[in-house]
Design a protein around this ligand. Sequence first.
Ligand code: IPE
Ligand code: IPE
Ligand code: MG
Length: 249
Amino acid sequence: MSDIAANNASAPKHVAVIMDGNGRWARARGKKRHAGHRAGVNSVRATVELAAERGVSYLTLFAFSSENWQRPKEEVSSLMSLFIEALRREVGELHRNNVRLRFIGAREQLSERLMRRIAEAEQTTAKNTGLMLNVAVAYGGRWDIANAAQVLATRVVSGEIDAADINEEALAAEMQLGGTPDPDLLIRTGGEQRISNFLLWNLAYAELWFTDVLWPEFDKAEFDKALAYYAEKQRRFGHTGEQVEEAKC
Ligand code: IPE
Ligand code: IPE
Ligand code: MG
């Protein structure tokens, strides 16, 4: 099958999700923001399950952005505690379901404890062959690009490569998701239609799907709506519609 035909399969290979709306969900119920984040863990579980059921190979979830460090201290620390707790509770089940877990982002900015949990979770699930679950924590798309540029610049300085060797492939390989196919579909809950510094490099050709549903209320039925939207799309990658049709035959 040609690349373009493969990229027009009805199920996306890689789905990325901006899980937004926890705070508003909590506020609408007279609860603290933290209650919204806690409730959001249930939506993560449902999303991972449905992705596996629908044959998605890669799922990348935006859990905490570079910019989220600017939130009130109390919210940041309760989120970090929640990540630790969620890892403690969920990794066993993920492992039983053959899910492979990987974290992307500036992990050195995280506490020792969280870094340790992350490393353990990655090790435990490293050999699994089912869904690849990427969780973006302390992640920013601009940080990711700058980081990859720095890696390549260091190689030029050491004489390992020439400046002329820096091209799209070389940069892509050094991005956090290097080696992973680009997301086919981006889902954002919570009503905003923006990227908020998520996978700036990798989302170049993703189909975008936005819903007003707040993250704690996102469920399998809502996820299926996004997949149905995706299945209807003709992905042209700059080609003409006729070229895409021909490639399918
Ligand atoms: C998304 O929900 C979770 C994180 C960014 C950590 P929000 O906390 O942004 O929820 P809203 O947008 O305030 O409703
Ligand atoms: C994006 O949500 C980040 C995550 C979901 C982790 P935000 O709530 O931080 O996005 P903005 O600030 O409204 O754009
Ligand atoms: Mg938000």
